[in-house]
Design a protein around this ligand. Structure first.
Ligand SMILES: Cc1ncc(COP(=O)(O)O)c(C=O)c1O
Length: 396
């Protein structure tokens, strides 16, 4: 089977619409999150937010931006877009930043550093913050994996100059990112409203995704019929519209791609995404993710040839996924995907300059750490199926 042509996952890879994500209960019992930052903008993706953050830091072609050597393309392209030089720094085995390497790589040209809270496990930023202050550098917290959590007793995303989030990873939305800051006013950043067709597409897509995984109860059946009529009408309109491209245009970030679309950087997130996040019950989402993570940990951490990336789930962590290390990754990755298990391998395609000699840990992490979903929308049956399938595959 072609490596990029796996069947769609049998169970949802990311959150989908359902009671567990949205609630009529006001989220009074809120938990610390990037949403607590004083200044916020809702963008269409995390990479769009990162692009604006770097512009706000006045990064130009005269500057260097420090980025983790364990990364995905969308963490690099915002700096390259401004023609800045990307300088990679090492991460440790537990994905924390290698401070000694960062110190070695800071030069007079260093303008900003991006620090990622990988998989929702937040990092202590004390030393990096001091380094930034000493060297007149901006600190950007990458909270794409950590919408919730605390850093040095403050909500995640409020320690650095700027922070970004990727809300599609934590909420059942088709588009969404956040640019946040506790220090810098963002009111002078102007974002355009998304087109009406994208507003509609975003809402419909969330509903369609829920229906494809048999959610939304009896009302779902009626919606299914309505949506097939809509699809039929939509195809008619598209085929007769001279600019059909404009009608179907969506950001690559919403379709799982890693490219940065210039046209989507200064665009607001859709009303649908924004409303869903406002109505989300943060504490329920966090608790469900933690419970699912613990279930996966109990079932999978002792499997032969596997090892958990993190031995414990600390109190304030809301995990993005369950990261598990496979000693023979190539033996299992494709098989699991072929069976419909939703897995990611973060950093699967590292930048060409990342070599085994210079960045052995990042190369190993990118090859060996598989991430299994633990999001709030998984049912017990889906979790059981995933656990059984993984166990059977590893033991086979
Ligand atoms: C660590 C990290 N930072 C930033 C991003 C960019 O977020 P988005 O996909 O919302 O643009 C991603 C995307 O996967 C990511 O994993």
């Amino acid at each position: 089977m072609d490596i990029d042509n796996f069947p769609p996952p049998c169970i949802p890879l990311s959150p989908i619409l359902g009671d567990e994500s949205i609630s009529s209960i006001d989220h009074q019992v809120t938990i610390p999150s990037i949403n607590d930052a004083t200044y916020k903008l809702e963008t269409t993706s995390g990479r769009a937010a990162l692009s604006i953050a770097l512009e706000k830091c006045n990064v130009t072609n005269q500057h260097e931006v420090l980025v983790p050597s364990y990364h995905c393309e969308s963490m690099i392209s915002p700096a390259l877009r401004l023609n800045a030089k990307v300088i990679f720094y090492n991460v440790n085995n537990d994905t924390s930043p290698d401070i000694a390497d960062i110190k070695r790589k800071i030069t007079a040209k260093s303008k900003a550093i991006i620090v990622t809270h990988f998989f929702g496990f937040t990092e202590d930023l004390t030393e990096i913050k001091d380094l930034c202050d000493e060297n007149n550098m901006f600190l950007i917290e990458d909270c794409a994996h950590a919408f919730f959590g605390e850093v040095n007793n403050k909500p995640v995303g409020t320690t650095g100059d700027y922070a970004i989030a990727s809300t599609m990873k934590f909420f059942p939305v088709f588009d969404g990112g956040i640019l946040a800051s506790d220090k810098h006013d963002l009111s002078n950043v102007l974002l355009q409203k998304p087109s009406k067709s994208f507003q509609l597409k975003s809402a419909i897509n969330s509903v369609e995704k829920a229906l494809s995984y048999k959610r939304l109860g009896h009302g779902g059946q009626i919606l299914k019929v309505l949506l097939s009529i809509k699809n039929w009408l939509w195809n008619l309109i598209k085929n007769s519209h001279p600019n059909s491209q404009n009608l179907t245009n969506v950001p690559g970030s919403s379709e799982g791609g890693f490219h940065l679309d210039e046209n989507w950087i200064n665009v607001k997130s859709t009303i649908f995404s924004s409303r869903i996040i406002k109505r989300a019950n943060f504490s329920v989402i966090s608790e469900k993710r933690r419970t699912n993570y613990q279930l996966l940990h109990e079932a999978l951490s002792t499997l032969p040839t596997c090892e958990p990336l993190f031995k414990k789930l600390p109190k304030n962590v809301t995990p993005l996924v369950y990261p598990l290390k496979f000693h023979n990754p190539e033996r299992y990755f494709e098989t699991l995907k072929e069976k419909g298990v939703p897995i990611w391998r973060f950093g699967e395609y590292l930048d060409n300059s990342i070599t085994e000699d210079e960045f052995p840990i990042s190369c190993e992490l990118s090859r060996t750490i598989f991430q299994f979903p633990c999001h709030q929308s998984l049912t017990q049956q889906e979790l059981d199926w995933m656990i059984t399938t993984i166990k059977d595959t590893v033991k086979a």
